[in-house]
Design a binder for this molecule. Structure first.
Ligand SMILES: Nc1ncnc2c1ncn2[C@@H]1O[C@H](COP(=O)(O)OP(=O)(O)O)[C@@H](O)[C@H]1O
Ligand SMILES: [Mg+2]
Length: 622
C-alpha cells in the first residue's frame, strides 16, 4: 500500500479531523500498516529488561492467571477425592444403620460431585492451556527480540543450527512445563495432600501403617528414576539438537552436497545422527519401562497389606468396614500422583535446564550497543574519517591497525586490495556492525558510537558482498530499503539498475515471489535487486562491497551510470573487484598489510609506482 492510495486524506481539510490527528494519520499511512498495530512488541536497542531470567521472574506477570488455575485445581482435586469418603459414610451410617434416606442422599451428592468436578476439569484444562500458550508465545517473541538486539558478531560466532535449537528444542521442555507440567504438578500435589488428609481423618493408625508399607519403596525407586532419567533425557536433547543441526546444514548446503556427489554420504551421516537419537530414546524407554510398572505395582501391594492388616482391625472392631473400603480405594488413588509427580519432576528439571540456557542467551549483551544518551545523527553531509582505527574480530589479532583515512563530502572512493586484506571489515566499521578496539570512526565529525543506530543506518546504504533475499515478493524485498515508495518509483529504480527486462519477463512483475535465498534468481540478478534496494533507500552515504562482482561488464556499466544519478554529490565508498570499477573514483585507497598502503588519484598512484601501479600493469586488483 503506497502513499498514492491514501494521499488525499490528511489534506482534504475534512472538518471532522483536527489537524494534529490528520498529521498523525498521514504519518501512519506513510509508514504502512505494520507500525500502526497497538500491540507491536516493545523493542529497544538500549533500554531493555536486564534482570536475570529465572523461573519466578519469568512467571511473575502470570501470577494471577496461575492462581486462578490453582484454585480450580484444588476444588477439582477435593471434589474428585470426595467419592470414597461419601462411600464410607453411606456404608457405615446408612447401610449398616438402615438409614435408606442417607444412602440415597449420599448417592445423589456423589452424582452431583462427579459432573461438577468434570466441568471444573474442562474449564481448568482450557484455561491452563491458554495461559501456557500465552506464556510461551510471549517468551518466543522476547527471545526473538533479544536475538534481533544482539550484534553481528554473535551470529558469526554461533552455528545457525544451535541458535535454531534455542528456539525449538530448548523451548519445548518449557512449553511442556507450562502447558501441562505446572498444572499437573498442582493437580497431583493437591490430590496427594487431599488423600493423605482423608486417610488421617478416617483412621490415623491405619494411615501410618499404610504409609510405612509403601513410602520407603516408592521413595527409593523414585530417587533412582530421578537420577538416571535426568542423564538419559539430557542425552535425548543433545542428540536431537545434533539431528537438527545436521538437517539445517544439509538443507542449506544442498547445492554443494549435490555438486560434490555427497548425497549418499549425507544420508549416511544423517542415519548416524538419527541413530544416536534412537539410542538415547531407547535408554529412556528402558528406564520408564522399569520405573512405571514398578511403581504401579506398589499400589496393589499396599492394597494387599491393607486388606490383611486392616481386615484384622475390622475383625477386632477397631475399624469400620466402610473405613476399610474407603482406605483401599484411597490407597489406589494415592499412587498415581506419586508416579506422576516423579515424571513431572523430570519435566520440571528439564524446564529449569532450559531456563538456565535461556538465561545465558538473555544475559548476552550486544557487544555493539547503542548508548543510552545516543542522539540522532543529523542529515549526513558525507565527510567520513577513520582516526587511528585498530580492529580485529579477535581483539588480539588485529585485521587493520592504526588506520587513518579521510573521505571528503561527495567524494567517490574506490577501495582495492588483496582478498582478506580487510576491505569488507572497513565497510562493516562504517555502519557500526563492529566497534574498533582503538581509534574512532566519524561521520561529519560525529563518532558513530554516539548516535542512534536508526539514524546512522538509515543514512548509510551498505550493499554487502553476499546479497540476501527474503521469502516474500520482489516488491517486499525492495521495500526493505524504503517502504514509502510507490510501485512506479520501485519500477523506475529497478529499471535504472537494469532489472527492467527481468521484471517484464515475470508475469507477476514486482509481485513475483522470491524463494528463500532467491534460488530462482541468478547471482547477478540478486545483486541487482540488492543494489536497487540500496538505491531506493536513498542513502546519504553509499557503501558497495564488491556489489557488482557477479555482473557482466555492460550491466555493471549501467549500474554505475545509475549510481551517478543516485549519488548526485553524495559520498560513496566502492570496494572494487576489478580495475574498471576504479575508473570513476575520485581517489583510490589500497588496503594491504593490515592498513592503508596507498591513497591517491589513479594517476598519482600509477606515477608513484607502488601496489596500484603493479596491479594496473598486470590488470588485476586482487
Ligand atoms: N566474522 C569474522 N570473524 C573472524 N574473522 C573474520 C571475520 N570476517 C572476516 N574475518 C577475517 O578478517 C580478515 C579480513 O576480512 P575481510 O575484511 O572480509 O577481507 P576482504 O578484504 O577480502 O573483504 C580475513 O583474514 C578474514 O578471515
Ligand atoms: Mg570482502
Amino acid at each position: 500500500m503506497g502513499m498514492a492510495g491514501w494521499g488525499g486524506i490528511a489534506d482534504t481539510g475534512f472538518s471532522g479531523i483536527p489537524p494534529e490527528v490528520a498529521e498523525k494519520v498521514q504519518r501512519w499511512m506513510d509508514e504502512g500498516p505494520a507500525d500502526v498495530s497497538d500491540d507491536a512488541p516493545p523493542f529497544s536497542q538500549s533500554d531493555y529488561d536486564r534482570a536475570p531470567f529465572t523461573m519466578t521472574h519469568f512467571l511473575r506477570p502470570y501470577l494471577l492467571a496461575f492462581l486462578g488455575v490453582f484454585t480450580l485445581i484444588a476444588l477439582e482435586a477435593v471434589m474428585a477425592q470426595a467419592g470414597p469418603l461419601l462411600l464410607q459414610i453411606s456404608i457405615d451410617e446408612g447401610i449398616r444403620k438402615g438409614d435408606r434416606d442417607l444412602v440415597v442422599f449420599m448417592g445423589v451428592l456423589f452424582a452431583v460431585f462427579v459432573p461438577v468436578s468434570i466441568l471444573i476439569g474442562i474449564v481448568r484444562t482450557m484455561f491452563a492451556g491458554r495461559v501456557g500458550a500465552r506464556v510461551m508465545a510471549n517468551l518466543r517473541v522476547q527471545l526473538f527480540a533479544h536475538f534481533q538486539r544482539l550484534s553481528i558478531d554473535y551470529y558469526t560466532n554461533e552455528r545457525a543450527g544451535r541458535l535454531l535449537s534455542r528456539m525449538t528444542s530448548d523451548l519445548e521442555p518449557l512449553q511442556q512445563l507450562f502447558q501441562q507440567g505446572l498444572v499437573q504438578l498442582a493437580v497431583q500435589g493437591v490430590t496427594l495432600a487431599a488423600v493423605t488428609v482423608a486417610l488421617f481423618i478416617l483412621n490415623p493408625l491405619l494411615a501410618v501403617i499404610t504409609l510405612a508399607a509403601v513410602v520407603p519403596g516408592t521413595l527409593l525407586m523414585s530417587l533412582w528414576y530421578r537420577r538416571v532419567a535426568e542423564v538419559a533425557q539430557l542425552r535425548v536433547r543433545d542428540t536431537i539438537a545434533d539431528v537438527l543441526a545436521h538437517l539445517q546444514e544439509s538443507l542449506a548446503g544442498i547445492r554443494i552436497i549435490t555438486a560434490h556427489n555427497r548425497r549418499r554420504r549425507t544420508v549416511i551421516e544423517h542415519q548416524n545422527e538419527a541413530g544416536e537419537y534412537l539410542d538415547a530414546n531407547d535408554r529412556t524407554a528402558y528406564i520408564n519401562g522399569v520405573y512405571g510398572p514398578g511403581a504401579e505395582a506398589m499400589g496393589p501391594f499396599a492394597q494387599m497389606v491393607l486388606l490383611v492388616v486392616g481386615g484384622g482391625f475390622v475383625l477386632d472392631g477397631r475399624v469400620s468396614l466402610g473405613e476399610l473400603i474407603a482406605f483401599v480405594l484411597y490407597v489406589g488413588a494415592f499412587f498415581a500422583p506419586i508416579t506422576e509427580l516423579v515424571a513431572l519432576y523430570n519435566i520440571y528439571q528439564q524446564g529449569r535446564a532450559s531456563v538456565l540456557k535461556l538465561d545465558g542467551v538473555f544475559r548476552t549483551e550486544p557487544s555493539v550497543a547503542e548508548k543510552p544518551d545516543a542522539y540522532e545523527l543529523p542529515t549526513v553531509q558525507g565527510e567520513v574519517r577513520l582516526d587511528g582505527v585498530t580492529f580485529g574480530y579477535d581483539p588480539h589479532t588485529p585485521v587493520i591497525s592504526d588506520v587513518d583515512l579521510q573521505i571528503h563530502e561527495g567524494e567517490t572512493i574506490a577501495v582495492v586490495g588483496p582478498t582478506g586484506a580487510g576491505k569488507s571489515t572497513i565497510a562493516k566499521l562504517l555502519n557500526r556492525f563492529y566497534d574498533p578496539q582503538a581509534g574512532r570512526v566519524t561521520i561529519d565529525g560525529h563518532d558513530v558510537r554516539d548516535v542512534t543506530f536508526a539514524s546512522l543506518r538509515r543514512q548509510i546504504g551498505v550493499v554487502p558482498q553476499e546479497p540476501f533475499l527474503f521469502g516474500g515478493s520482489i516488491k517486499e524485498n525492495l521495500q526493505i530499503g524504503n517502504r514509502t515508495m510507490t510501485d512506479d518509483e520501485l519500477l523506475t529504480a529497478c529499471e535504472r539498475v537494469g532489472l527492467g527486462p527481468l521484471l517484464e519477463r515475470l508475469p507477476e512483475g514486482l509481485d513475483t515471489p522470491c524463494l528463500e535465498r532467491g534460488v530462482a534468481l541468478s547471482a547477478g540478478e540478486r545483486q541487482l535487486l540488492a543494489l536497487a534496494r540500496a538505491f531506493i533507500s536513498q542513502p546519504r552515504l553509499l557503501v558497495l562491497d564488491e556489489a557488482t562482482s557477479s555482473l557482466d561488464l555492460r550491466t555493471e556499466q549501467a549500474v554505475e551510470n545509475a549510481l551517478d544519478v543516485v549519488l548526485d554529490g553524495r559520498t560513496a565508498v566502492i570496494i572494487a573487484h576489478r580495475l574498471q570499477t576504479t575508473m570513476r573514483a575520485d581517489r583510490i585507497v589500497v588496503v594491504d598489510g593490515g592498513g592503508i598502503a596507498e591513497v591517491g588519484t589513479r594517476d598519482e598512484l600509477i606515477a608513484a609506482g607502488g601496489h596500484f601501479a603493479d596491479m594496473w600493469a598486470t590488470g588485476g586488483v586482487g
